[in-house]
Ligand binder design. Structure first.
Ligand code: FES
Ligand code: FE2
Length: 334
């Protein structure tokens, strides 16, 4: 039988803190979409697994990213959210940094502060099609290399020229892995997703794990179904849900060990008509149904009443893969 991750991994604040270093500080993470960062000075400042991340488009149109934490006393360089800033100046006491994060001036300190010792902490940042990724590791493998075969798979859909059309975001009361586990299996579809279940041939549902960083779920679709029967999850925080001429890109962002933000960014290729209501309806109904279930599952995990059962070799292989990656990453690096 396939062994599950210890349930404590889903409820423990301590385990979450270990994940923040071993998973969320080492991987390329989906952090934004390019149309949030089109013009010079545009920025997003958001917390991903508790890490305050600032991404900004410079005057030379390059993206830069830093921890949004001033080396003076921890103030923010940009207020959390999105917007536009001319220069990198701390909002607390006004220390100023150049576009590479090097200290330019420490207000009213004269020459008592050594600029080289008080730079912003740089992060790695890169773009793929309409998506922006950050990596807290300052010298990771290149993004495209790291995405591996996922690039060819998605490029077939002409994804690089997709246009962003809508964003929906919500908070879910569960550990982020409870949400991902649920995403990674369709065993529950006949029980809780009547609309999705009617759109696909569940008997044709297959799971493939072509590379260690992503898995692919596919199923034949019913005549006239709004979706394409293709779902891809890339470790640790991206899900790509494919629709005819469109895609819903999910960003999974832990808020803390017990809450998760799910951000849906909808894209279309411009060839389909502008009516995306069928895609929105299907994804929202499905998310409502998943949210209701995972919040109850999380409450049961929190209760301490659950002892791990078996994973289905037929339906739950992807959970086995995902949980093994967590186990390996956390054990190897902490
Ligand atoms: S905390 Fe940034 S200038 Fe003081
Ligand atoms: Fe579901």
């Amino acid at each position: 039988m396939l062994r599950q991750l210890d349930p404590l991994a889903y409820v423990s604040e301590g385990f979450y803190q270990r994940e923040r270093t071993s998973v969320w500080s080492t991987q390329w993470l989906l952090a934004a979409v390019t149309n949030e960062l089109e013009k010079p000075g545009e920025y997003v400042a958001r917390s991903i697994a508790g890490w305050p991340v600032l991404i900004r488009r410079n005057a030379d149109h390059q993206l830069t990213a830093f921890l949004n934490v001033c080396p003076h006393r921890g103030g923010p360089i940009a207020w959390p959210g999105e917007g536009r800033i001319g220069n990198l100046v701390c909002r607390y006491h006004g220390w100023a940094f150049d576009s590479d994060g090097r200290l330019l001036s420490a207000r009213d300190f004269g020459d008592q502060v050594c600029a080289d010792e008080h730079s912003l902490t740089p992060l790695s940042v890169d773009e793929w099609g309409p998506l922006v990724f950050v990596n807290l590791n300052p010298s990771p493998h290149a993004l495209l290399e790291s995405l591996g075969g996922l690039v060819a798979l998605i490029s077939r859909l002409d994804f690089e020229r997709f246009v962003h059309v809508r964003r929906i975001s919500r908070e879910i009361d569960c550990n982020w892995k409870t949400y991902v586990d649920n995403y990674l299996e369709a065993y529950h579809v006949p029980l809780i997703h009547p609309l999705l279940g009617a759109a696909i041939d569940i008997e044709s549902y297959t799971i493939d794990i072509p590379e260690p960083s992503f898995c692919v779920h596919s199923a034949r679709t019913a005549e006239g179904a709004p979706n394409s029967g293709l779902w891809i999850f890339r470790y640790p925080n991206i899900a790509l849900n494919v629709y005819p001429g469109a895609m819903n890109v999910e960003r999974v962002e832990p808020i803390d060990h017990a809450r998760t933000r799910i951000v849906y960014d909808y894209f279309t290729n411009g060839d389909t008509d502008d009516d995306i209501s069928a895609m929105l309806h299907m994804s929202n109904v499905t998310l409502d149904e998943d949210q209701a279930m995972v919040e109850v599952v999380q409450a049961n995990l929190d209760s301490g009443a659950y002892r791990p059962g078996p994973l289905s070799p037929r339906h739950e292989m992807a959970l086995h893969w995902f949980q093994n990656r967590i186990r390996t990453d956390v054990e190897e690096t902490t």
